[in-house]
Design a protein around this ligand. Structure first.
Ligand SMILES: Cc1cc2nc3c(=O)[nH]c(=O)nc-3n(C[C@H](O)[C@H](O)[C@H](O)COP(=O)(O)OP(=O)(O)OC[C@H]3O[C@@H](n4cnc5c(N)ncnc54)[C@H](O)[C@@H]3O)c2cc1C
Ligand SMILES: *[C@@H]1O[C@H](CO)[C@@H](O)[C@H](O)[C@H]1NC(C)=O
Ligand SMILES: *[C@@H]1O[C@H](CO)[C@@H](O)[C@H](O)[C@H]1NC(C)=O
Ligand SMILES: *[C@@H]1O[C@H](CO)[C@@H](O)[C@H](O)[C@H]1NC(C)=O
Length: 610
């Protein structure tokens, strides 16, 4: 049916249709070529001239000044500006989204564009062993929509128990029962989900990418053979496998910029400034009250005052940096740098991640039919086909294991033939020659499926620190993944499940076989030691940093309270993925949006607007 539709389109397309196709052909070839050679920045150099300015100009006074138009910041600005007489300034370091970033399949190319901050981890020992200089790439969106503009658009909320845990840790109002209405509020669901769990009137579209690969049913059937049922993982029961739910609308990306902020940008009470880097939160040192934000735009320096609050939504890497530059952070670290401490808080500690084992290569006897660029674009314009999917990630599964209790230990991801491009993967993983040769070059994109694995509740934690007192410098990101042996053991256990998955009737039906990879050849292939070595070399992140400004009642172990107010500083909140006190059993975008939806109501109620 889809093919027929595409053929019809090809036959009957008007001149404008052809021009549109041509436009996309040029866009894709230009932008993918730029990505191949794009040099990522090593600092916020573009803002240096402005930061050096000796004059600070007045940018006005607003009720709320929000730093960062990312997943959380865009939603918060949209909700707060619903109140006519509330004025909001939203500062965003990056620029605008465009037609290229709207294409889900191009997500990895966006990492090699000015829409990415350009971070890498510090050289690691326990993880990232197969990366150049042992440094993992840490992409973060620097654009309207933030990381939701460069991410893989997977809509995954996590497990109900995750939120109950947040509440049990001393955060009233964050139980699953409390947060479910906020997930529902955002959503405009087009899927056949469980009733009572999905919204249809929200700003944020959720749909399946169609059609799934012909091998998708082999994937779910293989899971079924291992007693993993088919579920709506965002519904009643997370344990199971499913077609991935995506934040796309007729195949196009639904960042929080497109889905939320675009509705609000016409409002007179909301001002959005792009290419504006916040460099300091102005805090009255005696009264410990946040008063405004210093920022750089172009070659000028400004200060904007907040009559009600400053809200930091810079994400789990940048918010800690900005707080520490402003005197909010661990006493010993700030002392080292000579920064006056206004609040001694564990900012930047407790960096949580989901380590990602990029997968088993599974060769099949299926061959992807070749399709030309023009056809793929025509499909895309109809909201269909490979370009509507990030790396083809068609399926997802969550499994129970003996000792995880109510939450899954690992998640597995199904990438069918055609989903991976080794060319861009080489840059996106920062792999050294052993892994480029031993892993990436082993992938035959026409016949091979990849099943990847994410560890959901890592025991190891990392840390964000300042390199210097200069806001032009990037922060240090010490991932420290897999430092605890238990984390490696859990990934290896997950890989054993993947091997079982290959060994099923449904997989045999396509002659599926795990491809042996010439890595860690010093160990006996398939032995436990071999897998440990492979895991430590190949594992990267699934781009889910959180926890660095964790919420909690105790200011020695948390940075914000359950209303996301910074402990010990008035009129200052942090609203982004950094506030998650523990990881979620899924992905982090929908939870970041939920956090913003919920806090928007808390703020409205605090000021009597609700
Ligand atoms: C490549 C990639 C793939 C991912 N895939 C998925 C996925 O498929 N599903 C999923 O659920 N999650 C995914 N994630 C994670 C998810 O997108 C993030 O967890 C989420 O977007 C975080 O939201 P946030 O509001 O905390 O931060 P962000 O969305 O990163 O927003 C922070 C914003 O603040 C701006 N900013 C930062 N510092 C300053 C400053 N000093 N001055 C001005 N502006 C500033 C940034 O430019 C950015 O726009 C992915 C992430 C990446 C990077
Ligand atoms: C804002 O508007 C609301 C409703 O119109 C009103 O109740 C409130 O007093 C106003 N607040 C301010 C600060 O003007
Ligand atoms: C998967 O299982 C369903 C139901 O048993 C069956 O109809 C379908 O043909 C199977 N698909 C494959 C590829 O084996
Ligand atoms: C793939 O292998 C299966 C199992 O051996 C076989 O039944 C099927 O015909 C093969 N398909 C192709 C396209 O070769």
């Amino acid at each position: 049916m889809y093919l027929l539709a595409a053929i019809c389109l090809a036959f009957f397309s008007s001149t404008t249709g052809t021009q549109t196709t041509l436009y996309y052909e040029n866009l894709i070839s230009e932008r993918t070529a730029i990505a191949q050679g794009f040099a990522l920045p090593q600092s916020n150099e573009e803002f240096r001239a402005g930061a050096a300015s000796t004059v600070t100009e007045d940018a006005g006074t607003f009720d709320f000044v929000i730093v960062g138009a990312g997943s959380a910041g865009s939603v918060l600005a949209t909700r707060l500006s619903e109140i006519d007489n509330v004025t909001v300034l939203l500062l965003e370091a990056g620029g605008e989204e465009d037609d290229f970033s709207d294409m889900p399949a191009m997500w990895m190319y966006l990492q090699f564009s000015e829409m990415n901050w350009g971070y890498y981890s510090t050289p690691q020992t326990s993880c990232c062993q197969g990366m150049m200089e042992q440094r993992c790439i840490i992409p973060r969106g620097k654009v309207i929509g933030g990381s939701s503009t460069i991410n893989a658009v997977m809509y995954v909320r996590g497990n109900p128990k995750d939120y109950d845990t947040w509440e049990e840790l001393g955060n009233p109002g964050w139980s699953y029962q409390d947060v479910l209405p906020y997930f529902i509020k955002s959503e405009n669901s087009q899927i056949d989900g469980d009733s009572g769990y999905h919204g249809t009137g929200g700003f944020w579209n959720v749909e399946y990418a169609q059609p799934p690969s012909p091998l998708f049913s082999n994937f779910v059937n293989a899971s079924l053979e291992l007693d993993v049922p088919i579920v709506d993982y965002n519904g009643e029961n997370e344990f199971g496998s499913a077609q991935t739910q995506f934040n796309i609308k007729r195949g196009k990306r639904q960042s929080t910029g497109t889905a939320f902020l675009d509705n609000a940008r016409k409002r007179k009470n909301l001002q959005v400034k792009t290419k504006a880097l916040a460099t300091k939160i102005v805090i009255d040192p005696d009264r410990k009250v946040a008063q405004g934000v210093e920022f750089v735009q172009g070659d000028k320096k400004f200060v904007a005052l907040a009559s009600k609050e400053v809200i930091v939504s810079g994400g789990a890497i940048n918010s800690p940096q900005l707080l520490m530059l402003s005197g909010v952070g661990p006493q010993d670290h700030l002392d080292e740098l000579g920064i006056e401490v206004l609040a001694d808080l564990p900012v930047g500690k407790n960096l949580l991640e989901h380590p990602l084992f990029p997968g088993l290569i599974i060769r099949t006897n299926y061959t992807l039919p070749s399709s030309d660029l023009e056809t793929l674009i025509e499909y895309y314009l109809l909201g269909l086909g490979p370009y509507t999917k990030p790396g083809g990630i068609d399926g997802i599964g969550f499994i129970k294991s003996a000792d995880t209790g109510d939450v899954p230990k690992v998640e597995y991801l199904f990438v069918p033939p055609g989903g991976s491009s080794s060319l861009i993967l080489t840059r996106a993983y920062n792999y050294d020659t052993e892994l480029v040769f031993g892993f990436l070059n082993q992938i035959n994109p026409m016949t091979d499926m990849i099943i990847a694995l994410a560890l959901l509740h890592e025991k190891s934690t990392g840390r964000i620190t300042l390199k210097s007192t200069d806001p032009i410098d990037f922060p240090n990101i010490d991932l420290n993944m897999l430092a605890e042996q238990e984390d490696v053991d859990n990934l290896v256990e997950g890989i054993e499940f993947l091997l079982d998955l290959v060994d099923t009737e449904a997989m045999r039906a396509v002659s599926a076989q795990a491809v042996s990879i010439p890595i860690c050849t010093e160990f006996t292939e398939l032995s436990k030691e071999y897998w440990e070595c492979v895991v430590r070399r190949m594992t990267t992140t699934i781009y889910h940093p959180c926890g660095t400004t964790a919420m909690g009642p105790d200011s020695t172990t948390s940075v914000v309270d359950s209303n996301l107010k910074v402990h010990g500083v008035e009129s200052l909140r942090v609203v982004d993925a950094g506030v998650f006190p523990t990881t979620v059993s899924g992905h982090t975008n929908a939870p970041a949006v939920m956090v913003a939806e919920k806090i928007a109501d808390v703020i409205k109620s605090d000021y009597g607007y609700l």
